[in-house]
Design a protein around this ligand. Sequence first.
Ligand SMILES: *[C@@H]1O[C@H](CO)[C@@H](O)[C@H](O)[C@H]1NC(C)=O
Length: 265
Amino acid sequence: MKLSTIIPFTSFALGAFALPGGLNPRAAPMIYLAGDSTMAAKGANDGATDGWGQYLASYVTTTVVNKAIGGRSARSYSNEGRFTEIANLVKSGDIVVIEFGHNDGGSPTSTTDNARSDCPGTGEETCKSGKTGETVYTFGHYVKAAANTYIAKGAKVVISSQTPNNLWEGGKYSASAPRFVAYAAQAAKEVGTGASFVDHFQAVANMYSKLGNTATNALYPNDHTHTSPKGADLSAQAFAQAIKVALNGTTPISPYLKAGNPTVW
Ligand SMILES: *[C@@H]1O[C@H](CO)[C@@H](O)[C@H](O)[C@H]1NC(C)=O
């Protein structure tokens, strides 16, 4: 065999002409999604319900990488290194959507702290876990820290408010936003350049108002938080529409929307 003599010559020849591909931005950005079960694939893991994240792929022209995990809050997603995992993947020009809130409530100072509840407040307040002594930060702290990390890598961040629960529960429409909706908007504002906000809660609330009682209740087979696959697809459509109309300002996703996406609200 002459491989030992051929290989060094070949690698030399390739090396002389190889381009530093790793330094080039991607041809099209990746959209990474960070969130909880309402965004994760098969959120409740029973087939009856699903998260909306992967359905977004049907409404955009670029690749969606759904990194959402059931049961997570901004705090636990951060502490488990999941924001960091995405930071290690993003390249300049990529887009990261951050959407939390369903699991962020509760009291971290309780002796039964569930490792998900954020410290109350919107700034740099801290508190101590009543169970482990861990220093706990606010929702805004965790989200802004993640956003700033991605922006430092040349990515853009879309902070999205949580989806609503079933707003027709009990047959009456009621749409008061949990505090994490305003917190998400505030976080995007405080991060500033590189971050934008989309009120997914409002978009889905508008859609449910239009769908009405029976059709909305039919999207919730198990509980008032997790929707059927159809409901997840509709939540993705409501999100895409919010991006299209720039519901709360322009976002970097809008150039990648497909033409002819459905109008659901
Ligand atoms: C997002 O924009 C819509 C439309 O103007 C508005 O109704 C909603 O309150 C805004 N969301 C937040 C959290 O400011």
